[in-house]
Write a protein that binds this ligand. Structure first.
Ligand code: SAH
Length: 457
């Protein structure tokens, strides 16, 4: 028997927060999660879900308010699934993220006394994203273009998104008006019919160049020339307009084929200084970090932790389009970048070429295959940088690092739990965790990125 009943109202103390930013408390020792409640608050809730080991409560009233609580700045915050921490002050979100990292390292990593610095936040934590992907759909109240609601595929029409670069809203509304005025059909996930699926835009922070990608279930939009004319006239920074063909019934946003309607198939941007930084060509499909300001903070920290003098051989595992490899190449003798996506390696090679970097070699393959092979061939790294996806490093990679025993490992992670698990493995294999620096790459969401320095004991 659970001590709570569905649809009943209770008063409870919020004693902690989950990694996703939900408030947590107990009613008669039974755990209840409450969206929108903050640690230290006393709240009135209605139980909306009862499971064997935990329940979910809907916040009805805040009886004692946390000093960290602020009014969300976005009108769509309550429903939109994009942000989850706008009811906290920015300072408090940074502390929350630092604490998530500390707690993971202690609880999962079983590592005591690790130096975890305070998360580095943004001076202006708004308009930071350089890429927006707006789903398009038709509802009883008309066409909606915006974001998916929390834990759902219902589209919330979000006219102004404060975390996106500012021109994104204008582009979205021009396309939306065009769809409405010309009776263009929109894609319906349940039937697989209808034309316009997503609007994607990308923005080069340093160059000011904008790309608009219209993802469609077909090969053309009726009267598309007029839409192109309108977009370019109202937003002259647009340097590329692309139709992306996606006729598959899938949640994957982009299809494989691009049809250029205006300008080039890519835009350019720079990381690490203005035009004297590294130049990157960004096509619709390219992976590119979404917060370019904090990316520089993150990469500079990785470079600092790598401690290069110019004589080192460096591995950059999970290198994507080679951004970190290029950063490291300035101060290393040789950098090997390893990445599983072939198209990303093609971009990486092109990026090295346009930046005149010659001491970098890129290899396609799974890190867990490539690294043991290289090690067997006698190629050893002095410094290894890893930047794996959320699931962390494959054990084979960690095992090889322990055998190879580089002087330093710099671990860039977007998931504190798998970071902590992998640090534990490496610590047991003879590395010491020197310091961890969280960086706020995604303000107002619960995500946190970290750079960690490990070196031999
Ligand atoms: N370091 C890059 C990208 C990091 S994202 C940057 O900062 O831009 C993680 C990358 O790991 C993705 O590009 C993904 O394609 C790649 N990846 C995922 N699994 C992999 C594996 N088993 N081996 C090598 N690369 C992998």
């Amino acid at each position: 028997m659970t001590p709570v009943k569905k649809n009943e109202v209770y008063t409870m103390d919020i004693t902690g927060m989950t990694h996703e930013g939900q408030g947590v408390g107990r009613i008669d020792n039974y755990t209840v999660f409450v969206d929108g409640a903050l640690q230290g608050e006393k709240v009135e809730i209605k139980i909306i879900k009862v499971n064997k080991n935990y329940g979910v409560g809907k916040l009805l009233k805040i009886i004692e308010v946390s000093k960290d609580r602020v009014d969300p700045f976005c009108a769509s915050y309550k429903r939109c699934g994009g942000c989850s921490l706008q009811h906290m002050s920015y300072e408090a979100t940074l502390k929350f993220k630092t604490d998530v990292v500390k707690e993971s390292i202690k609880r999962i990593g079983k590592l005591e006394d690790v130096v975890v610095h305070d998360a580095i936040g943004m001076e202006v934590p708004q308009n930071y994203r350089n890429k927006a992907q707006y789903p398009v759909g038709r509802y009883k109240d008309g066409v909606r273009v915006g974001f998916f609601a929390k834990r759902s595929h219902e589209i919330i029409d979000c006219p102004k998104c404060v975390i996106q670069y500012s021109k994104g809203d204008l582009i979205k509304s021009i396309v939306k008006d065009y769809i409405c005025e010309n009776g263009i059909s929109t894609y319906d996930e349940t039937t697989g019919e209808g034309l316009v699926r997503h609007i994607m835009t990308r923005f080069g922070f340093k160059t000011g160049e904008i790309m608009v990608v219209l993802v469609i279930n077909g090969r053309s939009i009726p009267g598309q020339g007029k839409l192109v004319e309108k977009l370019v006239k109202e937003v002259p920074e647009i340097k590329s307009i692309v139709l992306n063909v996606n006729t598959k019934r899938t949640n994957v946003i982009l299809g494989e084929e691009n049809i250029v309607l205006y300008g080039n198939e890519s835009i350019t941007d720079y990381i690490g200084g203005d035009v004297n930084g590294f130049k990157f060509n960004i096509s619709p499909q390219s992976f590119f970090q979404v917060n370019p300001v904090q990316t520089e903070v993150l990469y500079n920290k990785a470079l600092e932790y790598a401690g290069l003098t110019g004589n080192e051989t460096v591995f950059d595992l999970y290198c994507g389009i080679g951004t970190i490899s290029l950063f490291l190449s300035k101060k290393a003798k040789k950098v090997y970048g390893v990445e599983v996506v072939e198209a990303a390696i093609k971009d990486a090679k092109e990026n090295a070429r346009i930046n005149g970097v010659e001491n970098v070699e890129f290899i396609v393959g799974e890190a867990e295959e490539v690294i043991p092979q290289m090690y067997r061939k006698g190629i050893r790294a002095d410094v290894v940088v890893v930047d794996p996806p959320r699931k962390g490093c494959d054990e084979e990679v960690l095992k090889t690092l322990v055998d190879m025993a580089p002087d330093r490992i710099v671990y860039v992670s977007c998931n504190p739990s798998t970071l902590a698990r992998d640090l534990k493995y490496l610590a047991e294999g003879g590395f010491c965790v020197r310091e961890v620096q969280p960086v706020d790459m995604f303000p107002w969401t619960s995500h946190v990125e970290c750079v960690t320095l490990m070196s031999r004991l």
